[in-house]
Design a protein around this ligand. Structure first.
Ligand SMILES: *Cc1c(COP(=O)(O)O)cnc(C)c1O
Length: 402
């Protein structure tokens, strides 16, 4: 009797929305002895690194770096512009807006939340109305998430700026681009964003551990007018350090910097607009497959309108507990890990097992996405989920169009 083969040996594939797949070039760049942090290559490479990082964000203004994850940047950004008692207006399209709002609340802000549901982007008109109602200018910042990773909704940040301007309101525009930076097009200066936060482990393809707060000169003036900014979170010395250690208020994340250098080289060698176009096409392939499976009755895409979906992540649902069974199957049988659902149902609710997400951010290409789609289709076949059998072909047709 021949043994039933297990097909999980080989390179595993973590297809979750962060941490993303890391390029070998990034890993190789990090594999080295501890570098000197007082002189030489590492301090010398900083000006170009900062410049290349700002290019990814589309800003000529400032960036402060932190040893921390996305949550650290949420706090860092707020700590520089919000004083206890200030009001902030938060546009929610999923779990991550709530997380950032909770941080603001914990720092003493009074949070006005506008809910836009779990299936469609924020509506700038409602933001404009809320700002017009703030006749005594109490709202200090409008906070939004470009791509909410829990729902995979992408909002239009340029139109959000338009709404703030139309209301003639002085509030700062603060945007979470942790999922979208380096995946979905984002132009900080062109779109009039004052503060933008990002982290290393998603579109930037570096291990978790570095966070970035980009800020406009207008936001810098807000900071300058404030007293009592916590010295660790203060973005001013980090963005304009006199000494190398001031970039991080202490020891540098030495190996992450080498990894980030390699990742930025890859992004700019490919070209940022090409990086966006690659993500757009790969996402289209994912959607074509999922829409086909949806017709077959297997699952539902969380965001019905393609124009409202992110190119970095896709949130899906199936009849519970099928999503969990599918994730378990692809991981155990194929070495392919799919993302859990986030913020759609409490973890102790049986409904939780009906949600899952696909990460397609960063270092991904055509054959990986076809492997992801083919792996899911194989899983649905093995688990007898009716899906129509045409998802992989639909994705291949999109990929064939390059
Ligand atoms: C991942 C993510 C975060 C949180 O980042 P951590 O590094 O896990 O703290 C916040 N916002 C968005 C949109 C994200 O995708």
């Amino acid at each position: 009797m021949t043994a039933k083969p297990n097909l999980s040996s080989g390179r595993s594939y973590l297809a979750i929305p962060g941490p993303s797949v890391m390029p070998d070039a990034v890993l190789r760049a990090m594999h080295r002895a501890a570098p000197n942090i007082y002189a030489g290559e590492l301090p010398d490479m900083m000006p170009k690194l900062v410049q290349d990082l700002r290019r990814v964000a589309g800003t000529a203004d400032n960036v402060a770096m932190y040893i921390g994850n996305g949550h650290a940047t949420w706090e860092a950004a707020l700590a520089n512009v919000i004083t206890p008692g200030d009001q902030v207006l938060v546009a929610s399209t999923g779990r991550f807006a709530h997380g950032w709002a909770e941080t603001a609340r914990a720092l003493g802000a009074s949070v006005q939340m506008i809910e836009f549901g779990m299936h469609a982007p924020l509506d700038p008109d409602q933001i404009e109305t809320a700002l017009r109602a703030d006749t005594d200018g109490r709202i200090k910042a409008v906070m939004a998430v470009h791509v909410d990773t829990s729902t995979s909704i992408k909002s239009n940040i340029k139109d959000l700026r338009g709404a703030i301007d139309a209301a003639g309101h002085p509030a700062l525009l603060m945007v979470d681009c942790i999922a979208s930076l380096g995946c979905d097009p984002f132009l900080m200066d062109d779109w009039g964003v004052d503060v933008m936060v990002a982290a290393s482990q998603k579109g930037l393809m570096v291990p978790p551990g570095m966070g970035f707060v980009f800020f406009s000169d207008k936001a810098a003036r807000h900071r300058a007018a404030r007293v009592g900014v916590s010295p660790y979170w203060d973005w001013a010395p980090r963005a304009a350090p006199g000494e190398f250690y001031q970039y991080w208020c202490g020891t540098a994340p030495t190996h992450h910097l080498y990894g980030l250098r390699a990742a930025l080289d890859m992004i700019h060698d490919e070209g940022l607009t090409q990086v966006w176009a690659r993500h757009a096409r790969l996402a289209e392939a994912v959607w074509a497959a999922c829409e086909s499976w949806q017709e077959g009755g297997a699952l539902n895409l969380n965001v019905p309108n393609r124009a409202h979906r992110s190119a970095a992540v896709t949130a899906l649902s199936m009849a519970p507990p099928m999503a969990t069974r599918l994730r378990n199957w692809t991981e155990r049988k194929l070495g392919l890990t799919l993302g859990i659902g986030l913020g759609m149902a409490p973890p102790d609710d049986p409904a939780w097992h009906g949600f899952f997400r696909l990460g397609h951010m960063g270092h991904v290409n055509g054959h990986m996405i076809l492997g992801l789609i083919g792996g899911i289709e194989a899983g649905m076949t093995a688990l007898a989920v009716p899906h129509g059998g045409k998802g992989t072909a639909a994705a291949a047709t999109v990929i064939a169009g390059v």
